[in-house]
Design a protein around this ligand. Structure first.
Ligand code: ATP
Length: 264
């Protein structure tokens, strides 16, 4: 991704020029418990992280990764614990947070173009200002350009490859001016070049001050993709910089059958 384009996007948006990491920009989760009926999906999860990081959420199937992202995204209303961003309850800062669900939960046949989906990112900004403005068009243009979707903007979503669809959803999040991006397995099913391109996009967004939390299964790619890891096994079993927290002990705590040949 072109660094200049990204900084253009941050300049054009209204929530702050470069979005440099700021001390107050902190996502804090304290004592989070989530149950689905009798099933305990998350027990007493606590952590806090500032913006400017790309966090890999790791754990075996059913470990609670998606549940954590959905809780932060406000999709679970029945939980106990405290969730704040910038010291404010998440419910009051929803538009600063964007959630990108797993691919199989997105209807690719929904009758929308690439541009139409990216424009939806502006909707939370329209109500208070009464209508679409030139600025909204500029923000959408820049988000599309930043994710290199210019040639695809008139295509329908079902005409996109997996990687192109992921980039479209990220462009929508940028048009929304989201500070926190929650991505559920964005690399699933992508071929290697698409994975590399998406990895580059995520790293650059973090370098520009966004906070990214990404569910991920390919442990070999962790050191390349993320600067921080959060390991779940219903409980938090590891959290910190990749260099400190992505350890064989943490993997043993997270996985019943820890994968072999992972370079940690
Ligand atoms: P995966 O890697 O397979 O996507 P995950 O780590 O994201 O798994 P979650 O989807 O958060 O795990 O699920 C955590 C637990 O909660 C699992 O035991 C799962 O079966 C259960 N669960 C998730 N969603 C629901 C639901 N809607 N109703 C009942 N149980 C659920």
């Amino acid at each position: 991704m072109d660094g200049k384009l990204t900084s253009d996007l941050f300049r054009i948006t209204e929530l702050g020029a470069s979005h440099d990491p700021e001390p107050g920009h902190c996502l804090a989760v304290e004592g989070l418990h989530v149950h689905y009926g009798a099933i305990c999906a998350l027990a007493d999860v606590s952590f806090s992280i500032g913006c400017g990081h790309c966090v890999g959420l790791l754990g075996q199937n059913g470990a609670g990764k998606s549940t954590l992202l959905k809780s932060i995204a406000g999709l679970h209303t029945r939980f106990s614990g405290s969730l704040t961003w910038r010291g404010l309850p998440l419910a009051s800062v929803r538009r600063e947070i964007a959630y990108l669900p797993q691919k199989d939960q997105v209807d690719p046949f929904f009758p929308l173009t690439v541009r139409g989906l990216v424009e939806m990112g502006r909707y939370p900004h329209l109500g208070e200002r009464g209508g679409w403005r030139k600025l909204d068009t500029e923000v959408v243009d820049t988000a599309i350009e930043t994710l290199k979707l210019g040639d695809l903007q008139k295509r329908r979503l079902f005409q996109l490859s997996g990687g192109q669809l992921q980039r479209t959803h990220i462009a929508r999040a940028l048009a929304q001016e989201a500070h926190v991006l929650l991505l559920d397995e964005p690399f699933a099913g992508l071929d290697e070049p698409s994975q590399r391109m998406l990895g580059e996009v995520l790293r650059e967004l973090a370098a520009n001050g966004r906070l990214l939390m990404v569910c991920h299964h390919d442990l070999k790619a962790v050191p390349e993709l993320f600067d921080t890891v959060l390991l779940l096994n219903r409980k938090l079993v590891g959290f910190g910089p990749v260099t400190e927290a992505f350890t064989p002990e943490a993997l043993r705590a997270a996985f019943d059958h820890p994968p072999e040949n992972v370079h940690v």
